[in-house]
Design a protein around this ligand. Structure first.
Ligand code: BES
Ligand code: MN
Ligand code: ZN
Length: 509
């Protein structure tokens, strides 16, 4: 990953291949943002009008590269748009900086060293720029052989090697911590993206569990993997019922990070369907090509637990990865089958494509046994949530209004678009089954909420619980934007990590 460093050097004087400056959209054309004064001076204070002549406006996502004048050590200046100028007495929003750094880093593939001379007010801004640069520089090239040999792959433009963030105070503890946090967070988020992007023939439940085991070992996290035999012995009918049609058997992974100073405990539960074909209720063509992304919830949970461990957060965090492949076969669960879940409840499977709630139900029931202070599950659960909120916003449901509000505030704060959704009681009736305790499907309308209500049935009494339906933002089918690449995005990782930090600090109930 892009190495992140801090420097006090002046923007014009630092030896780098490129210097990144910010430019905002002013009333009378582009305005050079604070942090780039020295670079502007080298342009005789005309950088704004030079950019305007080149067609730039300072708009969000805009990138302009120009050769440096004498007096700027880096041979190239990259001006990145910051959007509207902030109101008087206000500063650029942290996510504006994160996105701008991401846009710039994305335009710097193949570059060795770039200096980021963006407007910095505090350590939080430095963290945002560092995060944005490392996340924007991400590229998934593991399978790009170009039909030739390993050399062609090596020649493929690698991501930006080093991002030097200017304007901070490298010896200041707060700034150093900001860079360390950004490095750990972006590395784990990028690893989550790699897992999501890895084709399902190379990432089945067993392979995912092996990756989790190796990382846990590296970071002092306790790990326990239940294989299909242990799952059968334990009565995990939901996870087994989803995985039974596949030649690649399911797994339940428990990651346990503990801090000797912890006063609170959190459990994160991730949906880890390494491929969702729909099962016997097979998805039609057009709906299955990107279903390798159906383990994005488990990838986010995995990344969050490892990040918590790397940062030594003073809170206990348990991660549950409910891993299975949903395939049709002679041994697959049929619509009409009844599963006996880990909790003891029976579920009539009316649609084998509503598999996420089945694996999550078992993991939620199991996680509840430890009586954590709160449980958050993360899942690419329903197409309905995508219809409701679009492709960039995840839905938050909860059994506790205050907890849902906290999770929403945290998501907004870290730059992850999210929105609260209700769990209307009356929708439960639709899941009545003539045969079993509950069916895995209900009314079509409000399908995302129906799924949430199903999950709620498996959460232990008295435990605060939130459900993040990330079906929209987990996988970017469109072009890259900001610090978000095509493919796996790593959404929800930052919300989970900040929730753990907040809980450690005692800011939450
Ligand atoms: N993994 C899908 C949901 C999904 C859809 C995620 C599109 C990302 C993009 C989930 O397992 C599913 O198939 N849900 C069904 C539920 C229905 C059968 C009740 C859906 O949303 O159609
Ligand atoms: Mn499905
Ligand atoms: Zn699914």
């Amino acid at each position: 990953m892009t190495a992140l460093t801090l420097s006090t050097a002046a923007a014009a004087g630092l030896r780098a291949d490129v210097v990144v400056v910010g430019v905002a959209k002013g009333d009378k054309g582009p305005v050079v943002a604070p942090g780039a004064e020295a670079v502007d001076q080298a342009f005789d204070a005309k950088l704004g009008s030079v950019l305007e002549t080149l067609g730039a406006s300072g708009g969000d996502g805009e990138v302009t590269k120009l050769p440096s004048p004498a007096g700027v050590k880096a041979p190239v200046v990259l001006a990145v748009g910051l959007g509207a100028l902030p109101e008087k007495d206000e500063t650029f929003a942290t996510d504006t900086l994160r996105r701008a750094a991401g846009v710039a880093a994305r335009a710097l593939n193949g570059t060795k060293k770039a200096a980021f001379a963006l407007p910095v007010e505090d350590a939080e801004d430095v963290a945002a720029i560092a995060e944005g640069a490392a996340l924007g520089a991400y590229a998934f090239v593991a399978y790009k052989e170009n039909g030739k040999d390993a050399k062609a792959k090596k020649d493929a433009k690698g991501p930006l090697a080093e991002a030097v963030i200017l304007g901070g105070k490298p010896r200041d503890k707060e700034y150093k911590a900001a860079i360390e946090r950004a490095t750990a967070l972006a590395e784990e988020m990028n690893r989550a993206r790699d897992l999501i992007n890895t084709p399902p023939n190379d990432l089945d439940p067993e392979a995912f569990a092996a990756v989790a085991q190796a990382a846990a070992k590296e970071h002092g996290i306790k790990v326990q993997v239940l294989d299909e035999k242990a799952l059968a012995k334990g009565g995990f009918g939901g996870i087994l019922g989803v995985g039974v049609g596949s030649d690649a058997p399911p797994r339940l992974v428990k990651l346990t990070y503990t801090s000797s100073k912890a006063k609170k405990s959190l459990a994160f539960v991730g949906k880890g369907i390494t491929y969702d074909s729909g099962g016997i209720s097979l998805k039609p063509a057009g709906h299955n090509e990107t279903m390798k992304c159906d383990m994005a919830g488990a990838a986010a949970v995995f990344a969050a637990v490892v990040t918590a461990a790397r940062l030594g957060l003073e809170v206990n965090v348990t991660g549950w990865l409910a891993l299975a492949e949903n395939m049709p076969s002679g041994s697959a669960t049929r619509p009409g089958d009844v599963l006996r879940m880990y909790s003891g409840k029976t579920v009539e499977v009316l649609n084998t494509d509503a598999e996420g709630r089945l694996v999550l139900a078992d993991a939620l029931a199991k996680a509840s046994e430890d009586k954590p202070d709160a449980i958050v599950d993360v899942a690419t659960l329903t197409g309905a949530m995508m219809l409701a909120l679009g492709s960039r916003t995840f839905g938050i449901m909860a059994n506790d209004d205050a907890f849902r509000t906290s999770v929403h505030e945290i998501a907004e704060e870290v730059g992850e678009p999210a929105w609260p959704m209700p769990l209307p009681e009356h929708l439960k009736k639709g899941m009545d089954s003539p045969t079993a305790d509950i069916a895995n499907m209900g009314e079509r309308m409000g399908g995302g909420l129906v799924a949430g209500l199903f999950l709620q049935e498996f959460v232990g009494e008295g435990i605060a619980w939130a459900h993040l339906d990330i079906a929209g933002p987990a996988f970017n089918d469109g072009g890259p934007f900001g610090y978000t690449p095509k493919g796996g995005t790593g959404t929800a990782v930052r919300t989970l990590v900040r929730l753990a930090e907040r809980t450690a600090a005692g800011d939450l109930g």
